[in-house]
Write a protein that binds this ligand. Structure first.
Ligand SMILES: Nc1ncnc2c1ncn2[C@@H]1O[C@H](COP(=O)(O)OP(=O)(O)OP(=O)(O)O)[C@@H](O)[C@H]1O
Ligand SMILES: Nc1ccn([C@@H]2O[C@H](COP(=O)(O)O)[C@@H](O)[C@H]2O)c(=O)n1
Ligand SMILES: [Mg+2]
Length: 238
């Protein structure tokens, strides 16, 4: 049965104090660059500090589905760590086989690899608003992101969903994923409980976490999500 980590059970909305977060106008990549080659001016207007949202939740909790709606309304770039890793497998890269075997086992790919793939996507984007979906999956992921990219998330969403509902959704997903089978889902749920929940607790304690009840229709769930982004007055998408 999916276990709620005790300190997670009373998860509450993050302090309103982050609502008026002053996003400093630092040239983000200059401030945090680890010698990453900067794109020439004009190919990407990095005059805005990236706004980073981590999207957490178990397998089938609805992260990707909700991210698509946030993209529609607020113009974020959706970076699904799982999709990025699946693209790496499809590219027949040197790491592809290892990644495939790891995903089949429901385990976590070495953090440095995942973070560098995410970094490449961020670097090649002309956006400053990022939804990083299914990341961080572990403390190791979180630390690697901070060390390699030198940034922390502005807000963290946590889609809280009971195990039986997640199981049902994943088994009905029919996207041909190698990890959408009963054996792998059980392993992924164990990994979620053991490794992902400590990350949820970490951001809760730092007042960055928004817990969303992920049971109900897609729209009912999105009704909880929309105001979390509307509060920042991002330019609304027409
Ligand atoms: N509120 C909902 N009610 C019922 N089904 C849903 C809901 N939200 C998403 N689904 C469906 O559940 C499945 C899993 O959703 P989604 O892929 O968004 O989850 P996820 O958290 O990204 O999962 P994973 O971590 O495995 O990628 C999809 O088939 C999706 O259409
Ligand atoms: N940070 C991450 C994210 C994902 N993985 C691996 O990919 C699988 C699928 O992820 P989804 O978010 O698409 O469900 C996941 O079960 C992991 O095996 C990872 O290693 N690190
Ligand atoms: Mg997903």
């Amino acid at each position: 049965m999916w276990r709620r980590v005790a300190s997670v059970s009373h998860l509450t909305f993050a302090q309103k104090s982050i609502v008026n977060k002053d996003v400093c106008k630092l040239k983000f990549w200059e401030a945090f660059s680890t010698g990453i080659p900067r794109k020439e001016k004009g190919t990407f207007q990095r005059d805005k500090t990236p706004f980073i949202t981590f999207v957490l939740g178990g397998p089938g909790s609805g992260k990707g589905t909700q991210c698509m709606k946030i993209v529609e309304n607020f113009g974020f770039t959706h970076l699904s760590a799982g999709d990025i890793l699946r693209r790496e497998i499809a590219s027949n890269s040197a790491d592809g086989t290892m990644i495939l075997d790891t995903i089949k086992e429901g385990k976590i790919v070495p953090s440095e690899l995942t973070v560098k793939l995410i970094q490449k996507e961020m670097e090649s984007s002309d956006n400053y608003k990022f939804l990083i979906d299914g990341f961080p999956r572990s403390e190791d992921n979180r630390i690697a992101f901070e060390q390699i990219i030198g940034a922390e998330p502005d807000i963290v969403l946590f889609f809280d969903c009971p195990e039986d509902e997640m199981m049902k959704r994943v088994l009905n997903r029919n996207q041909g994923r190698v990890d959408d089978n009963i054996d792998t889902i059980k392993k992924r749920l164990k990994v979620f409980s053991a490794l992902n929940l400590p990350v949820v607790k970490y951001y809760l304690e730092r007042g960055k976490l928004y817990k969303i009840n992920a049971v109900g229709t897609v729209d009912e769930i999105y009704k909880q999500v929309y105001p979390l982004f509307a509060q920042f007055n991002f330019e609304q998408q027409v």
